[in-house]
Design a protein around this ligand. Structure first.
Ligand code: KG4
Ligand code: ZN
Length: 341
């Protein structure tokens, strides 16, 4: 029998329905995910109403699956941790309402978790990441740099002023009629041409630790027009049959992204001496090329690099349950009026 605190984590902020069970003594006992990606891919991006409906359909089943996988019953759960912000309002509402109902009916404590805090500490689930560390969080919705001093003690030191890095991958992929999400497809295409920098896209002129990926996206679009690959009037990609051209664009984009990340991390380390490690998290951190680039960068700087396994990089409830665990230890419980705003 489990003697320690058991946390049930729930994640429904976007297009993944996740339920996880975390035990302080044994770590993650279950991290179940129903990915809606294929259903949204059909529309070329996330449809908020569809996301909410699918969360509603799956949340109960996923909870049962997680409990079964962990080999625990609902009565053994001490606390329910749920993503309460930020995210799609309708999608968040499903997770939070479900968590509240469960907490009320089963007499459990409840904790609202910030989705980004989940990402920031996601590498700590499997690794002993030393504090303070700099965390580069890059996903479809966020591109941020954090200075992390301890569990729950972190500060935003840089953020995107427009698009997120993953969004740039998704949008460029869409322009080239490639499937959603764009990141994995771009990586595959770039790999086939050895990650060469064919077109040398602009690295952006953002000063300081902030990012801007909207300019990069626009400059790639105009570069496509210049090369006769895109017609602005009809919004049509004209090189559907030219695999090499698509590989060149994908590869140049990825190398450019690697350069931008390196430049910002170098500045972050310079501005924050004493940092012990770098953590690379979020959906984009699944990218093996970017991991290799940042590993080489970290080696050069004589600093440790950590990244979660892919399942903990993309949206998941494991990271929410993990944060819920230390917030419970810090007695930071929420009330029944937990809100998504
Ligand atoms: O963290 P995540 O699952 O959801 C958000 O919170 O947004 O991240 C999804 C993003 C998408 O933009 C997707 O294109 C990107 O992560 N992504 C990748 C890779 N796998 C997913 N980007 C680059 N390379 C990958 N292998
Ligand atoms: Zn996320």
């Amino acid at each position: 029998m489990y003697q320690d605190n058991l946390i049930l984590g729930i994640e429904t902020s976007c297009d993944e329905t996740g339920v996880a069970i975390y035990s302080k003594k044994q770590g993650l006992l279950a991290n179940e995910l129903y990915s809606q990606v294929d259903l949204h891919a059909w529309h070329g991006g996330v449809i908020p109403e569809l996301a909410s409906r699918l969360h509603m359909e799956k949340i109960g089943i996923m909870t049962q699956k997680a409990l079964q996988k962990a080999g625990v019953s609902l009565s053994q759960i001490d606390t329910i941790a749920v993503t309460s912000k930020p995210g799609l309002p309708g999608a968040l509402m499903i997770g939070v309402s479900f968590a509240k109902a469960l907490a009320f009916a089963e007499h459990k404590k409840i904790i609202g978790v910030n989705h980004l805090e989940g990402h920031v500490f996601s590498a700590c689930i499997e690794h002993n990441v030393p504090f303070p560390f700099v965390c580069l969080t890059v996903s479809g919705g966020h591109s941020s740099l954090y200075l992390v001093k301890g569990f729950g003690d972190f500060a935003l030191i840089g953020h995107t002023i427009d698009d997120a890095a993953g969004e740039a991958f998704d949008k460029i992929a869409k322009v080239m009629n490639l499937p959603y999400p764009g990141g994995p497809v771009i990586e595959k295409l770039a790999e086939q041409v050895n990650f060469e920098d064919f077109f040398q896209y602009t690295r952006g002129s953002m000063q300081g630790l902030n990012f801007s990926f909207s300019g990069l996206k626009t400059s790639i679009l105009y570069d496509l027009v210049k090369r006769g690959a895109y017609d602005l009037a009809s919004k049509k990609f004209l090189k559907d049959d030219d695999l090499f051209f698509k590989q060149q664009v994908a590869s140049s984009l990825l190398v450019c992204m690697g350069d931008i990340f390196e430049k910002k991390l170098a500045l972050a380390l310079q501005m924050h001496p004493g940092v012990q490690a770098i953590s690379f998290v979020g959906g984009v951190a699944c990218n093996k090329y970017l991991r290799r680039r940042l590993q080489a960068f970290a080696d050069k700087k004589n600093i440790q690099l950590f990244y979660p396994t892919p399942k903990l990089c993309t949206d998941n409830a494991g990271m929410i349950a993990f944060v819920g665990n230390y917030l419970a230890e810090q007695n930071k419980y929420s009330d029944v009026d937990l809100s998504i705003f």
